[in-house]
Design a protein around this ligand. Structure first.
Ligand code: PLP
Length: 394
């Protein structure tokens, strides 16, 4: 007898993947240039030159056995120390390598933290719109996902709705800022209010509520938007970071968890995350990539393309009357659909070979996600097609 839950997960349809496959089928019929595929969140700009230079340098000048060998389970000591110092320089923290656990990207960071923290029956809160994989990650631990409905005016947090959902069973909350799919960045006021609420509730429940800050988009921000460094506001924060988006390395599977010393019982929490990573088979993140990100810790890919794409879409949508909260970051925008049923709206867009993802899958119906990680010329060509879509509603 196989694990029925896993079969269900392995065979469940993914709306995003289906749209992407549909785009490929249409491209074969009508030509790639006539299909406007905004479904996937795969970075469209290359990794910075220093990534390839470092890889070549490592391949030419390192002992190959060591280069491709296992590191210690939480990652190479010198890599963790280098990354800790880089975080300290940028965020005024005081970490050492001992606060970092290297992982295979944000997904592994999140699952390691969730499995380390949660027992069956616990609750983990997420704020809509949220990354759909959270539900899979949370439920695999035996905990239950509790969703706070979206603040569709600004995509910050509806604190009354959040407070109503915090219970003695709440073990953790996941926040994702800059946010996939809304692009919103939580303001300092939002983070401070959240920190105060979680502190008060932790005290009244008699146990900490851990805050998981899922931050793969931290560096992708526009117009000088500041992304507050969450552990400075709330000590029981675990940072789940990844180089998938900032360095355009999603296929290389590399990131880290930070467990700050300020976190209650931080040594036990670190051990629990390490134990979970072990149980899940995630120890020893890719060795060469650990060295690469250490060498490129303060680099990013050329993110200006996303800024330009966002500008073109926002300006175009404003003229067309498509409502959209201006995203502070990421390469997503999340406009309102022109009819309440976002799935029907996405289908109508599909009839024009315009592929946008319904917001319902992110817990936020009435919206669609547009991944604008595409060449800018594709955005320019798509704008008249968006206009045609608007015209269908006139
Ligand atoms: N969290 C969010 C919000 C994401 O959008 C993604 C990927 O798109 C992940 C986590 C997983 O990132 P990674 O590729 O580093 O595992």
């Amino acid at each position: 007898m196989l694990n029925e839950k896993m079969i269900a997960l392995g065979t469940a349809r993914s709306v995003i993947r289906e749209l992407f496959e549909y785009g490929n089928q249409r491209a074969a019929i009508v030509g790639r240039e006539h299909v406007f595929d905004f479904s996937l969140g795969n970075p469209s700009v290359p990794a910075p030159a220093k990534v390839n230079e470092t890889i070549m340098e490592l391949c030419q000048n390192s002992d190959p056995v060591q280069l491709h060998g296992y590191t210690s389970a939480p990652g190479a000591v010198e890599v963790r120390q280098t990354l800790a110092e880089s975080i300290n320089r940028r965020h005024g923290t005081n970490y050492s390598g001992a606060n970092l656990f290297m992982t295979c990207g944000a997904a592994a960071s999140l699952t390691s933290c969730l499995h380390g923290l949660c027992n069956p029956g616990d609750e983990v809160v997420v704020i809509a719109p949220y990354f759909p994989e959270y539900k899979v990650f949370i439920e695999k631990t035996g905990a239950e996902m509790v969703m706070v409905p979206a603040d569709i005016e600004a995509f910050q947090i509806q604190f009354d709705e959040l407070e109503a959902r915090l219970t003695p069973k709440t073990k953790a909350i996941i926040i994702n800022s800059p946010n996939n799919p809304s692009g919103a960045v939580y303001s300092e006021a939002t983070i401070q209010t959240l920190a105060d609420l979680l502190t008060e509730k932790s005290q009244s429940f008699g146990h900490p509520i851990y805050l998981l800050a899922d931050e793969p988009y931290r560096e992708i921000v526009f117009d000088g938007t500041v992304v507050p460094y969450v552990p400075k506001y709330y000590p029981n924060t675990l940072v789940c970071y990844s180089y998938s988006k900032s360095l355009s390395l999603p296929g290389e599977r590399i990131g880290y968890i930070v467990v700050p010393d300020e976190c209650e019982e931080h040594e036990l929490v670190f051990a629990a995350c390490a134990g979970a990573a072990r149980a899940l088979g995630y120890v020893c993140a890719p060795s060469m990539m650990q060295l690469v990100v250490a060498a490129c810790a303060e680099e990013t890919a050329d993110l200006s393309v996303y800024a330009e794409n966002r500008r073109l879409l926002m300006e175009g949508f404003e003229k067309m009357g498509i409502e959209c909260v201006a995203p502070g970051g990421t390469f997503y925008i999340f406009p309102r659909s022109l009819e309440p049923d976002d799935v029907a709206f996405s289908e109508k867009a599909k009839s024009l070979d315009l592929l946008v993802v319904p917001g319902s899958g992110f817990g936020c119906p009435g919206h669609v996600r547009i991944s604008h990680c595409v060449p800018t010329e594709r955005i320019q060509k798509a704008l008249p097609v968006f206009q045609k879509l608007v015209d269908l509603y006139k």
